[in-house]
Design a protein. Sequence first.
Lengths: 116, 114
Amino acid sequence: AQKVTQAQTEISVVEKEDVTLDCVYETRDTTYYLFWYKQPPSGELVFLIRRNSFDEQNEISGRYSWNFQKSTSSFNFTITASQVVDSAVYFCALSERETSGSRLTFGEGTQLTVNP
Amino acid sequence: DVKVTQSSRYLVKRTGEKVFLECVQDMDHENMFWYRQDPGLGLRLIYFSYDVKMKEKGDIPEGYSVSREKKERFSLILESASTNQTSMYLCASSLWVGGPGEQFFGPGTRLTVL
């Protein structure tokens, strides 16, 4: 069965610090997809990234970067030089291609607070 | 832009009432989903649908039913609301793009059952 664990319930940093949000997943499928979403205080989830299991290249998008390591079943998310607007709940999610179809299994979420 | 709308942002109902939550998407997505979000539990899938008139149970379907009569609309029904169904309800839609596409979410409905 697929499972996503975000062990960090809450993280608090000061603006301009770098912060890494951890995501560990469990799956028996060889083909799967990993996602990150952001939920700002307004409540609407915003898609950040989708990565398939065959693409282990790290990705960088501005201040955001993602580190995918199949050896440790992790897909961690780093925000460089954090800003107050980064304050949100961040969710990691997993979909197994064969058994899940389009459905996602979400982690519990990590509440990030960036203080000025 | 893909838009997913939900009929209400806030809803207050009484125990035993029948509750309808409506979700509409405007981008011809075949997949639609209903989640509930509770503190510390993340998003849990209630029901989803791959096509009109098709539905599949998610992880927590008990006490809920769904209806998808048109491709753009996916309704969540609480047959007899109970206090433990007080929660934030999120609707989402997506395309199949050779694998699961990103899900687009609505703004959510915060339901309180008294």
